[in-house]
Design a protein around this ligand. Structure first.
Ligand code: PLP
Length: 479
């Protein structure tokens, strides 16, 4: 055996041993996750102080690296996968998705274009079509017609891409060439995620040219206020071109009336993007499909399986009704990327469907998840989260020290101690400092409100019961 062959064999054996140890480490971590304080008790700089100032000059054994995971890294980890993590929205991870990511890393392919890995592209197209069926999304988003879906890293990127498409459609594809001219004006609600404002800045629209439309008592965009804002801008000689509606706002899961907004957009020729980053996944259950009423009027839509559909971050499903506009908006073909498949026009080149050229093979983990859970398993996960949240909301309502602060149709409950903002901040800080659970606050109608976001992969009834017991006890002490 040649030296290099022996070396390759040793490297392969070592990889296999190390990989087993790494998987064992992850499995043990997940088994023991409830032992850790959900939010780490470290001060800024403490983790870096445990790391050597210089990188190693010579190879280190893998078990030394694993040991440092326990010693250095775990003390500084926020345990998003803890069943007692109720902050933000969940970032679902699951066994099948972890393995999908592992295989994707093992293959190490880039799905820039069909030609750079045909299976990566075709699986992505296929799984995104599956998601249309699983969520009963408008048929116009399927790849068989004029539409199509693509995996973006995040909803922030998806919304940016939607905005770029809208900008190009509005300017006859001139903004790409000569920059943004004139007075393009975009609209979203005052409750929309900040990523829409960020996208307006990045896309050269200007954050001041994004109108934040008023919401009603359920934190849903008011179509009459939208129409009024568009009228005002038109009268001022501006060029309204883009609306982003949200299904499931970040602060309180408010639902913008997509149909009414869509009708306005159609009538006036504005691009309608719908951001369902968190709540979109609920549509795997027929009883929650009301959230998408009117979605067939949207030009683009996104939701994140990486929030609530058991798929590790990052994984955002982004759909357009007219892929030609998307591709026209983002495609540039340099000589070094020319190939027969692209020129035949018979394939999708996903580099033209988003910002990056190099793209990980993310469809694998989504495929693993859908196959491992089946539609039934996915529905079970959503239903369990929603029913736990409904039960929690009932407990809050029945306790006269607390009040519910927004409708809780799905799995986020916004509530507060009746009393001052300071008392609610103290309650949040006490709970989070104890380490057994974690939640964050938001502000609704000027008041500090606590958010309990249920939907973690491993969260069961006993965890929500325990959270409520901790909340009541902390409130007793605060009172
Ligand atoms: N849109 C909504 C409604 C969200 O709630 C969030 C995050 O919570 C986002 C967008 C941003 O998601 P991402 O992290 O995928 O960019």
């Amino acid at each position: 055996m040649a030296d290099h062959e022996a070396g390759a064999e040793t490297a392969a054996r070592r990889f296999r041993d190390d990989a087993h140890a790494a998987v064992e480490w992850v499995a043990r971590y997940l088994e023991e996750i409830e032992r850790y304080p959900v939010f780490p008790r470290v001060k800024p700089g403490e983790i870096r102080a445990m790391l050597p100032p210089e990188p190693p000059e010579t190879p280190e054994p893998f078990d030394a690296v694993l040991a440092d995971l326990d010693r250095v890294i775990l003390p500084g980890i926020t345990h998003w996968q803890s069943p007692m993590f109720f902050g933000y929205f969940p970032a679902n991870a699951s066994g099948p998705a972890i393995l999908g990511d592992l295989v994707s890393s093992g293959l190490g392919v880039l799905s820039m274009m069909w030609a750079t890995s045909p299976a990566a592209t075709e699986l992505e197209t296929h799984v995104l079509d599956w998601m249309v069926d699983l969520l009963a999304l408008p048929q116009g988003f399927r790849s068989a017609g004029k539409g199509g879906g693509v995996i973006q890293d995040t909803a922030s990127s998806a919304s940016l891409v939607a905005l770029l498409c809208a900008r190009e459609r509005q300017t006859g594809f001139a903004a790409n060439r000569v920059g943004v001219q004139g007075t393009l004006t975009a609209y979203t609600s005052s409750q929309a995620h900040y990523s829409i404002e960020k996208a307006a800045g990045i896309a050269g629209i200007g954050r001041e040219n994004l109108r934040l439309i008023d919401v009603d008592r359920s934190y849903a965009m008011r179509p009459d206020a939208l129409e009024q804002a568009i009228e005002t801008d038109l009268a001022a000689g501006r060029s309204p071109f883009f609306v982003s509606a949200t299904v499931g706002t970040t602060s309180s899961t408010g639902f913008d009336p997509v149909r009414a907004i869509g009708e306005i957009c159609r009538r006036r020729g504005l691009w309608l993007h719908v951001d369902g980053a968190y709540a979109g996944s609920a549509a795997v259950c027929p009883e929650f499909r009301w959230i998408h009423d009117g979605l067939e009027l949207a030009d683009s839509y996104c939701f994140n399986p990486h929030k609530w559909l058991l798929t590790n971050s990052d994984c955002d499903c982004f759909y357009v009704a007219d892929r030609a506009t998307l591709i026209h908006a983002l495609s540039i073909l340099p000589e070094y990327l020319r190939n027969q498949a692209t020129e035949s026009g018979a394939v999708f080149d996903y580099r033209d469907w988003g910002v990056p050229l190099g793209r990980r093979f993310r469809a694998l983990k989504l495929w693993f998840v859908v196959r491992a859970y089946g539609a039934e398993g996915l529905r079970q996960h959503i239903r369990r989260s929603v029913s736990l949240a409904q039960e929690f909301a009932g407990w809050v309502t029945a306790d006269d020290r607390f009040e519910l602060c927004a409708p809780a149709p799905l799995s986020l409950v916004c509530f507060r101690l009746k009393g001052s903002d300071a008392a609610n901040e103290r309650l949040r800080d006490t709970l989070n400092a104890q380490g057994e659970m974690y939640l964050i606050h938001t502000r609704l109608e000027g008041k500090i409100v606590l958010r309990l976001a249920i939907g973690g992969t491993y969260t069961e009834r006993r965890h929500v019961e325990r959270a409520w017991a901790l909340i009541r006890e902390a409130a007793r002490q605060a009172g």
